[in-house]
Design a protein around this ligand. Structure first.
Ligand SMILES: [Mg+2]
Length: 183
């Protein structure tokens, strides 16, 4: 099974203008554990992330790749594996169909891994994650980290249900694995 993860607000702290400098990339508690739990249960993992910091010229695509290599190493040291990163560099004012809430990157991942959307959980913290996952046909988990708590306070649109709400990525991993056992 493939599990799709948003990055900022799910794996690492979400920052208002995005992560620009490597030292601003701060892992959230339980993130490494959650990924390791999924990997050890046999799940493959892809990260699906909007990085408009590239389109805005704040960082280069190469710098984001370097950040992801460093993240992948930390994940592996903790017993997990991120198979692939899907990064959308679009400026928010010039979005392509890859930029969430559009489902482009999710559809690419489903095709690359040869899996069905209905069996591919997506874990995100923002409205556009849930929208992208719904458009792709993926079941949706919302973490309360990142933008998640504020989104819940506003109220989730009924049209996006069902959404499984969990505290963080570790809880999402537990919930996904539990759902699998009863599937
Ligand atoms: Mg996010």
């Amino acid at each position: 099974m493939l599990v799709l993860l948003d990055r900022d607000g799910v794996i690492n702290e979400d920052l208002p203008r995005g992560v620009v400098h490597p030292e601003e990339f701060r892992l959230l508690p339980g993130a490494l554990d959650g990924i390791a739990m999924l990997t050890q249960a046999g799940c493959r993992i892809a990260v699906v992330t909007n990085q408009s910091v590239i389109g805005k010229g704040l960082v280069s695509a190469e710098q984001v790749d370097a950040l992801h290599s460093a993240l992948a190493e930390q994940v592996e040291a903790a017993g997990g594996l991120i198979d692939r990163f899907y990064v959308c560099p679009d400026h928010p004012e010039k979005p392509t169909p890859r930029r969430k809430p559009a489902p482009g990157m999710l559809l690419e991942a489903l095709e690359d891994f040869g899996v069905q959307a209905a069996q591919t959980p997506f874990v995100g913290d923002a409205l556009r994650d849930l929208q992208a996952a719904q458009a792709a046909g993926c079941p949706r988990w919302l973490v309360k980290t990142g933008k998640g708590a504020a989104l819940l306070a506003e109220g989730l649109p009924a049209s996006l249900q069902p959404v499984m709400v969990v505290d963080d990525l570790r809880a999402a991993a537990r919930s996904i694995l539990q759902a699998l056992r009863f599937a």
